[in-house]
Design a protein around this ligand. Sequence first.
Ligand code: HEM
Length: 398
Amino acid sequence: MTTPPIEPATGHTDLLAQILDYANRANPYPLYAELRKTPVVSTYHEIVALMHDPRIGVAGMGAPAGSAAGGAGADAAAGGGAGAFIGMDPPEHDRLRRLATSHFEQSETVRSDMLGTATGLIDRMRGRKQIDLVDDFAYPLPVAVICQQLGVPHEDEPRFHPWAEAIITALDPRPGQQAAAAQASAEMNQYMAGLVERFRTEPGTGLLSGLAAEDGLSTADVVATGRLLLIAGHETTVNLITNGMLTLLRHPHVLDRLRHEPELVIPLVEELLRYEPPVQLNPKYTTLDDVEVADVTIPKGSRLLLALAAANRDPNRFADPERFEPERENNEHLGFFTGIHYCFGAGLARQEAQVALTELARRLDNPRLLRDPPPYRPNPTLRGPRHLPIEIDGINPR
Ligand code: HEM
């Protein structure tokens, strides 16, 4: 059932073209259902098997702009310099990822800082009848969270917003977006390198300072990891929060339940990652040898297109997969991927989405969608609304 989808066989070409076509961005799921019938890696068990097979890797491919989680784009937009571990195979991948893990904080303080940021953003909506959930909330939150993780001094944080925005725009493969990104990228590299150098003599808190103290890591290595976390964790999290609110507004009884049963948010966020995954397609991997899957041999050197959003609705894995079921059990979706490149920030992203959706449900008074479907970003890989205009009666007290 699997062929090298870099040059999909006739029949898939049309389907893939339709999935990439902006006209289908608001609802690509019927196309994914078609895709599951055809030989592209769009089914759950086959993707899991492939991504646990050491004959699959990124070797030699680097990571193309616009690839999943922005990892590739992270390198592309870096304009050279050291690579980041998302674009590496073992053993170097594992070494750098392990070092980053050991300096990544996941404590109660992280959650309470996150809540503080979310509360502040909602407070600023007071007195308004209409908000854009993306610009007013979902977009600024992840930058603030990741800056704290990296240990960027609070007063420098505002500089990161335009940098992150420009660099993320460069993940959009369409022409014309690259020049501003290159400039922003160079500025951010320079800033981070300065910070890392300072941390070498005056250690501070956070991941950059921790990595700066490790033997065998150059400043460029530390900067590459810092940028990767910023980029891989930004638009993905924006889209999870925005897709989440959109789905809740389309299922008002679930939104209402969340107001009274905040613990519902835990399975709810998992179901959102299955039902509306921010990373829909992963085009980064390649076969390092001939690999058989479901009775088909994929020749060595083939590029794989892994359709995570299709696998998440595979009826051979999930019962009634087109249904949004906030309390779904046995929900091991592929929203954060699988195998050795499983999302590094999954724990942080889960917490961000949980805090964000709980607070939005609690504090937005009578929210109503103003446009359904909302306008989407052009990117088919990192899919999500560009704006989510919502009408509200007010903001409930904290
Ligand atoms: C809802 C939010 C998120 C989603 C849906 C998501 C999804 C993913 C996916 C699908 C991958 C696999 C990418 C690939 O193989 O090319 C990935 C990898 C990764 N993600 Fe996330 N991510 C999210 C948030 C974050 C956050 C907040 C961070 C940083 C703190 C982060 C850091 C990373 C890194 C570093 C990798 C590469 C892991 C490796 O190569 O070992 N992600 N993510």
